[in-house]
Design a protein. Structure first.
Lengths: 540, 197
């Protein structure tokens, strides 16, 4: 038998929500679980996220005045399938998710509540609100020494929750923010991960950081351990029962991005450690790889000077697309999408292909706003009344603005003229912006109907910012079974190997069902993986 | 407006301190987060500084205007963010201890003058953040600890006020002060070390 630095029952590679959920379930099931984190901070991509899992038919939905059912949730998922969704796993997900949420609440200090956030296609059959649940603020000091090892969320530097939006909390009120800070509370993804990690530590899960796992160790076709690099050199750790991959996507690996994704990715929004380690390792032991052309897309900004972990920070776009007095245009100055709709599908349209021109006409793209927008709404990091930042291009006419950003000037003027007529009439005749409940949720809350999202671009100066085709993470990797086992490309499973989260093939295919459509499946299939791994017999 | 002061003593005469401080290029790199600066004239310069908050590093440009050069004891300045709604001011003061001057020793963080509730919250938060900041800046804390009071010839005091404006200003100001304290300490201590070499 080979020699190991140490041996545990279950090894979890990655410390995001999928990994820690798996570790909690494994430890709860009687296994000794060890979480290995590549970077010096725990929490993975989940920690920098909004922290909201999408859990259909969850027990909190009555809080926002709705009910759900297995049938409604599956109807909704089927409506988004476009033939690419794994409906068997979708059924497993819908059946397991409510119980996993209850389990997490009962076995950690996390407390969730339903949000009024609509599903990302709320008008599709089965679409509703309340499936997205937000963790309450969490007292991260309870992590003790691990508090400083919790990954910070660069886009949420103050403790906020997505529920604050439902509650109308003024997050610029220093009394509110100050009180939260003084109590050591964290919000969004940091709250989710602080709560999960605390729950895991309380159950006895071990955590180790600065260890990058690079290879799975096979014996007679069974995964029996891992090899990698730690702070003191090579490490080899044996797993008596299983290895669970939860190491995130491959969005920071340029080669894998180029070879796999359906179109250009101009930058990820995740921490820069998701280089496809799990996908590579799984492929090496014969895993069946699926859905690797897909990602959780996000139109994003790059603000010069913003850095996270030593690399350019890529920022979300939300209100800039959804608020009145804004549009998104391509090189020809033409709109190409309902800008206010969900980020993943808006981002996908940035990759549209023109077969005649043989290029991607919507790259690069720009958000165009006028002075009414700038007076009323935040634009990335700039708030109304702040100086105009250098990264915004400004001009006194649309022609001049178009010239500065190298967009077809006549095209832009024609587009704005048509949009303004539609905005005044309250009906977007091109893309129906403002007609979905989803659009309006993110629009101007002080307005009604389509005017939440529509307003003319009329008052100079005008402003433009480049929008990039980004992604929260990729969603392709080893395909898993209903038990979260990694499947073999030749059929059957790879004994001893499980996967969950963005490292695995997302069962939703190209769809993003709602806020938390990545965290929810990650936590649920992580839980299943941990539970199943713990129920395995010891191989040595 | 968040305001911090830090004081330390050096064993060299006040004239030596002045000769060092008079040239910004001598001490500019000592400023935490310093990237570069461009001297426009004796009184005006542009500074590029990188700050960190919640894991996010952000580079910002400031226009610094020296409002008084009073050799050998005082330099005062104002600062203004070029693209950020941030203003501030500061001073570098030197006291000739050999002349028998008895400056007030300062090393404090001042609470901004706001409402009672806010002040209490700010005070609690400030203490908590200060502990956090000093823990996360262990090197700075060690440097500060290494500079025990001595019977020096000159006392130097660095004072800095920074005010974030705009809609996010009040919240940012909550976060700024405990971060400024190590900056002031670090700058004053490094200048002290440099002039004593």
């Amino acid at each position: 038998m080979r020699s190991w630095n140490e041996i545990v029952d279950v090894i979890v590679v990655g410390s995001g929500a999928a990994g820690v959920s798996a570790a909690i379930a494994a430890q709860h099931g009687g296994a000794e679980a060890l979480v290995l984190e590549r970077s010096d901070k725990y929490g993975g991509t989940s920690a920098v996220s909004g922290g909201v899992p999408w859990i259909p038919n969850n027990h909190h939905m009555h809080e926002v005045g709705v009910s759900d059912s297995r049938d409604a949730a599956l109807t909704y998922l089927k409506a988004l399938s476009t033939g690419g969704m794994d409906m068997d796993l979708a059924e497993v997900y819908v059946d397991e998710a409510p119980g996993v949420l209850r389990y997490i609440e009962e076995n950690t200090e996390l407390v969730f509540r339903s949000l009024k956030t609509p599903d990302y296609h709320p008008e599709h059959p089965g679409g509703t609100i309340g499936r997205s649940v937000s963790p309450a603020l969490f007292p991260a000091n309870e992590l003790g020494e691990m508090r400083s090892q919790l990954r910070p969320a660069p886009c949420f530097p103050i403790p906020v929750t997505m529920a604050d939006m439902d509650d109308g909390i003024d997050l610029l009120d220093p009394a509110i923010v100050g009180e939260r800070l003084s109590k050591g509370l964290v919000g969004t993804g940091m709250a989710l991960m602080a709560g999960l990690i605390k729950g895991a530590v309380d159950k006895g899960v071990q955590f180790r950081r600065n260890i990058r796992i690079l290879r799975l160790v096979l014996e007679d076709g069974t995964v029996v351990g891992v090899e990698g690099e730690g702070p003191d050199g090579p490490v080899a750790i044996g797993a008596r029962r299983a290895v669970i991959l939860a190491s995130g996507g491959f969005e920071w690996n340029p080669e894998l991005v180029q070879e796999n994704l359906r179109g250009p990715l101009e930058g990820p929004l995740s921490p820069p450690f998701n280089e496809g380690d799990g996908l590579i390792m799984a492929g090496e032991v014969g895993a069946r790889i699926a859905n690797s052309h897909e990602a959780w897309w996000m139109p994003m900004f790059k603000i010069p000077g913003d850095e996270y972990e030593g690399v350019q920070l890529n920022r979300l776009t939300v209100g800039e697309r959804a608020s009145p007095h804004s549009i998104m245009v391509n090189r020809k100055g033409k709109r190409f999408v309902n800008e206010a709709h969900n980020y993943s599908d808006v981002g996908r349209t940035m990759q549209n292909f023109d077969p005649v021109a043989f290029d991607h006409p919507n790259l690069p793209a720009y958000i165009i706003v006028d002075s009414d927008f700038m007076e009323r709404y935040p634009f990335a990091t700039r708030f109304p009344g702040d100086p105009i930042p250098a990264w915004l291009t400004s001009a006194s006419t649309l022609q001049e603005l178009a010239a500065k950003i190298e967009v077809d000037a006549n095209g832009l003027e024609e587009t704005v003229a048509r949009f303004n007529i539609d905005a005044e009439a309250g009906r977007d005749t091109e893309f129906s912006r403002g007609e979905s409940v989803y659009d309006r949720y993110y629009g101007d809350p002080t307005r009604d109907g389509t005017s939440k999202n529509l307003g003319p671009i009329a008052r100079a100066p005008f402003y433009a910012a480049r929008v990039y085709c980004g992604a929260l993470g990729t969603k392709g990797g080893p395909k898993i079974s209903a038990k979260a086992e990694v499947l073999n490309v030749r059929g059957g499973r790879i004994p001893g190997l499980y996967a969950a989260g963005n490292v695995s093939a997302g069962f939703t295919g190209m769809a993003y069902p709602g806020a938390g459509g990545t965290l929810g499946p990650g936590m649920v299939f992580g839980h299943i993986a941990g539970r199943e791994a713990a129920s395995s017999i010891n191989r040595f | 407006m968040p305001e911090v002061e830090h004081s330390t003593q050096v064993t060299v005469p006040i004239g030596t301190v002045w000769n060092f401080v008079e040239d910004m290029g001598n001490w500019a790199p000592f400023l935490t987060g310093y990237q570069r600066h461009e001297v426009i004239n004796r009184d005006e310069s542009i500074w590029v500084v990188k700050g960190e908050l919640g894991g996010l590093s952000r580079t910002a440009e400031f226009k610094v205007h020296v409002t008084e050069w009073r050799e050998p004891e005082l330099v005062t300045f104002t600062m203004e963010g070029i693209h950020e709604p941030v203003t501030g001011s500061g001073e570098f003061r030197a006291f000739d201890l050999s002349a028998g001057e008895k400056p007030t020793l300062v090393e404090q963080t001042k609470v901004p003058e706001t409402g009672n509730l806010l002040s209490r919250l700010w005070s609690r938060l400030s203490r908590w953040l200060l502990r956090k900041a000093t823990k996360s800046n262990e090197n700075l804390a060690i440097q500060a600890a290494n500079r025990e009071p001595i019977n020096g010839k000159t006392q130097i005091i660095f004072k800095l006020k920074v005010n974030a404006g705009g809609a996010t200003g009040p919240v940012l100001n909550l976060l700024l002060t405990p971060m400024l304290q190590p900056v002031a300490e670090d700058l004053a201590n490094k200048i002290a070390e440099a002039v004593e070499k």
